[in-house]
Every structure is written in C-alpha cells, then in structure tokens.
Design a protein around this ligand. Sequence first.
Ligand code: ZN
Length: 246
Amino acid sequence: MALPIEVVKSGNGHRTNGNGNGNGHAHLHIHESEAAHVHTHDPELKHELIVKGLNTTVVDNLEKIEDAVRTILEEVGEDPDRDGLVKTPYRVAKMYGELLEGYTQDAEEVINGAMFDVDYGEGEMVVVADIEYNSLCEHHMLPFVGKAHVAYIPRNKVVGLSKIPRLVDMFAHRLQVQERLTNEIADVLEEYLDPVGVIVMIEGQHMCGSLRGVKKHGVNMVTTAKRGEFRTNRDLRDEFFKLIGK
Ligand SMILES: [Zn+2]
C-alpha cells in the first residue's frame, strides 16, 4: 500500500502537496522544519518522499549539511546568525537535496517496466533531442548545464519516451564530469534495451570554467558516447547529427 504523504509548508498560507484526504490511507504530515527527522527504509515511503521532493538520503543528513554550510560561512568571515544568513544553511541543504536527488534513484525504478516489444523495422532510429539538464561538476560542485541528445536503434525493445529524459536527470543529479554523464546514459540504455546501437551527445557550459581559473565564458563542451553500430557506421552517425540539427 502506498502511503500518501502530505507536505505542509509552514509560513504564509499553508501549501499542501499530497493525495488529498479521506481515501482511507494513512497520512503522514511532515513540516519542512521537521524534515531532518524523517528516517525511513521503507521503499514505498521513500519513493513518496522523493516524489514530494524530500530526498530521503539528504533528508537523513540535512542537519549535518546545515552544520557544514554554517562552518563555511564562519570560515569565510561571515556571521551565520545575521538576518540574511540565518536560514541559508537550511536552504543550501535543501537545495542539495534537489540537485543531487539522483543518488536516491536507480534505473530500474526510473524505467519502471516501461519497455515494450516492437518490430520497429531494421535500422530505424529513435531520437530524443534537446533534453535540458543541469548537473554539478564533481571537482568544484559548481553547475554545468546544457542539452543532451540521445538516439538508439531498437533490436526488439523500446522504452517509453519520457523515460530517457528521466534517466538523463537521474545521472545529471549526481556529482559528475560531463564525459562520465555521457557514458552512463549510453551504458544504461545498452544494458536495458540491448539495442543495435546507441549514441549520446551532450553539450555543456561549465560554471567552473567561466567563473574561475581560465574564466572562459560561453565555452560549449561537447562529448559523445557511441555503442554498437554507431561505433562503426559513419552514415548512422551523420544521420543522427542531421536529425538533431548539428
Ligand atoms: Zn568543475
């Protein structure tokens, strides 16, 4: 049985997310200020928490992250108790919960059985282009953002189209380097679909490149990962780049 969770935001006007009342299920009311105390290993409850935006892994450790942010504020010479900063550790901890929620997800859960047998026709390509993503580079924990373009040639299985952007998000919402992100997306599709070929191209603009170090603005980094037929068949690659408008 799924446990509907209502997240009640305290403050101006209670905003309620949830499945409503009166359907006979148990309800768990969690105030955001109490979120740090939510611990669960129940997979269904965990899933509900993720759906409601309360990352359970990070929620488990919210207070520790808050303490760490407070330490940073102190060590850069700030007063963490002044008005503008007093809730900053909490906000930052919660933000990491969102930006790094991929650690609480796995491909099995994301794909969730949405694979279908097809007789798609030999060599026909499925393309999902312009998938916007945001990620955090693992070297500086600064954002990199851009678009992912994914194509595969089914052997006898296809996956629901909405699942590919969700897989991109799952891997992007972990600490990453762009090259690994690209390869992980290609590998997970190869593993689950056993396609004739997969190609992933990712474009990324890295804040760590534009804000610090060489300070090059607007540099677009491009990475590709090819599996199966896309490795050897140049015509297929050309078709892919044409279809995504590159
Ligand atoms: Zn970096």
